[in-house]
Design a binder for this molecule. Structure first.
Ligand SMILES: Nc1ncnc2c1ncn2[C@@H]1O[C@H](COP(=O)(O)OP(=O)(O)OP(=O)(O)O)[C@@H](O)[C@H]1O
Ligand SMILES: [Mg+2]
Length: 506
């Protein structure tokens, strides 16, 4: 219970918010003290982001009260909230891809003198901020050319530049490597010492327990409990989140790989801008029917670029050959890849995964159009039936197939991307960070699904930064380092430690 002597800098009381068909928040109370990190946890769709969007002025319509330093506040828009010293880094990054790092950080606040932008000052200020984050980046770099991990750091730099008293981080480490996470934690600890109050949303409970002072657990839009981190445990928080105990995370699988179905030879990928920079160098690999091949490596090792190349998404800067069922396949575009039965679940669902303002149905049937059109039943009926099936298979939390993809919670968007590719009935499925931002319970469901697909004969290539995931799911693991294959491990010999050591060049 809230102690009346406590000086909360933020109190949210009895917050309720409904969307058509969903009560996203039901009388939620949440408070924050200066200089604390308060974690907000809960399953996908529990209401975490919605609560933060109310705090951020994104949703001005809600029930309940917000107090800042004891004063009642009602934010009508994002600007209102920012002016009160609240900075929110959302789950879906919101950078302007065609602008430079510096312009993004100081968007709307570029330093001026008599009508001209003071570029030198802008770049100098940006350099200083980046240095605080240990980021060696040119402020002039166009954001589009950065990986998603680096983009995340730019968002943090942007929030830091606003000198906010309350900083909200929604899944900040989902796309970060371990070392980037360490950097972030050092920064958060420093900010905490400076008196900044932070709200930290994450599905990574290990990190939550390391960094937070308090934890509030949400389930189905309600607060389950709020307690000091030292007074609770991981299993208690998980039980609170899912309403049951979760035991085995990686389901048992008897794997029986068949013949080689997909082979890549000497794949080399060059940088988009600097063509003498090689991102992936002469990588060869093959996958068998029913086999799950893992690709591990640090961020920047070339894992995503390799997958994109295999999917035809890096046309013009890839050399090498691809064979499908022993036959040379020309894959110069994603359309070619789809035609050859290759599916691709991406880590960056906003850019390659979903059309946010279209319905879920449209999104999941987009890639499968050809397969779903038939002669006797109308396509629409087939689509709806297939769509409803995957929604229930993957337990996507939505009132209907006609809901807009952008209205789904982050984790449910990721499941929707997966659903979309499953409907194309691929022979080879490329998965890039498929469980990013996904809660424990849903992760377990996705692992079971991957196993089931492999058992049905699909060949799977999985890229993941979560080593237990790579090691726990895959029959074989290839480690990339600086664009080249640095090692390979069979299922039985792969451990997180060995793979990590290989990835770091140890
Ligand atoms: N703009 C919207 N329109 C309709 N429904 C929405 C909208 N935003 C959120 N919802 C619904 O509200 C519920 C809570 O979603 P929210 O995004 O807050 O979940 P979350 O806890 O952040 O989940 P995740 O861990 O997956 O990010 C979900 O059922 C979601 O589908
Ligand atoms: Mg969310």
């Amino acid at each position: 219970m809230s102690d009346r002597n406590d000086s909360f800098i933020l109190e949210m009381r009895g917050i309720s918010k409904s969307f058509p068909g969903v009560r996203a928040l039901d009388r939620v109370s949440f408070d924050l003290r200066a200089g604390e990190i308060h974690a907000l946890v809960g399953e996908n769709g529990a209401g975490k982001t919605t609560l933060m969007k109310i705090l951020g002025g994104v949703y001005p319509q809600y029930e309940g009260e917000i107090y800042l330093d004891g004063q009642s506040e009602r934010f009508k828009n994002v600007r209102d909230s920012a002016r009160s010293g609240i900075a929110i880094i959302y789950q879906e990054l919101s950078l302007v891809l065609d602008m430079s790092v510096a312009e993004n950080i100081f968007l709307g606040r570029l330093p001026h003198r008599s009508g001209f932008v003071r570029w030198n000052k802008l770049y100098k200020d940006t350099d200083e901020l980046l240095a605080r984050l240990n980021l060696r980046l040119d402020p002039r770099t166009v954001v589009r050319n950065l990986g998603i991990g680096q983009q995340q750091m730019i968002e943090i730099a942007k929030a830091l530049s606003q000198r906010s008293g309350i900083l909200v981080l929604d899944e900040p480490t989902a796309a970060l490597t371990d070392s980037e996470t360490e950097t972030l934690f050092a920064i958060l600890n420093k900010l905490r010492d400076e008196g900044v109050a932070m709200i930290y949303i994450s599905h990574k409970l290990k990190e939550v327990f390391r960094i937070s002072d308090r934890i509030t657990t949400l389930r189905d839009g309600r607060v389950v409990e709020a307690c000091d981190t030292t007074d609770t445990s991981e299993s208690r928080v998980i039980a609170g989140m899912v309403g049951r105990e979760v035991s085995r995370v990686f389901p048992e699988r008897a794997s029986a790989p068949g013949e080689v179905i997909f082979e890549a030879r000497d794949i080399t990928v060059r940088d988009r801008v600097l063509s003498d920079r090689v991102l992936v160098e002469r990588v060869s690999l093959s996958v068998r029917r029913g086999e799950a091949l893992g690709i591990a490596g640090l961020m920047g090792a070339g894992r995503s670029d390799l997958l994109m190349a295999l999917f035809g998404a890096h046309a013009g800067r890839v050399t090498g050959e691809i064979f499908i069922e022993g036959r040379r396949a020309r894959i110069a575009s994603p359309a070619d890849a789809i035609r050859h039965g290759i599916g691709f679940v991406t880590e960056d669902r906003k850019r390659y995964g979903l059309v946010m303002d279209q319905t879920i149905l449209k999104n999941i049937t987009l890639a499968a159009l050809r397969r779903l059109s038939g002669r006797f039943i109308t396509r629409r009926e087939r689509e709806a039936a297939a769509g409803n099936q995957v929604i229930s298979d993957l337990r996507i939390k939505t009132p209907s197939l006609q809901s807009i993809a952008g209205s789904l919670s982050g984790g449910n968007q990721q499941k929707t991307v997966l659903a979309k590719w499953l409907l194309t009935a691929p022979r080879v499925l490329l998965l890039d960070e498929p469980t990013r931002g996904i809660d424990v319970g849903a992760k377990q469901e996705i692992y079971a699904l991957i196993n089931r697909l492999a058992a049905e004969g699909l060949a799977i290539i999985l890229v993941s930064s979560e080593l237990p995931e790579v090691v726990g799911l895959c029959d074989r693991v290839i480690v990339l380092r600086e664009g080249r294959i640095a090692g390979e491990f069979a299922r039985l010999e792969a451990t997180s430690e060995k793979v990590m050591q290989c990835a770091m060049g140890g």
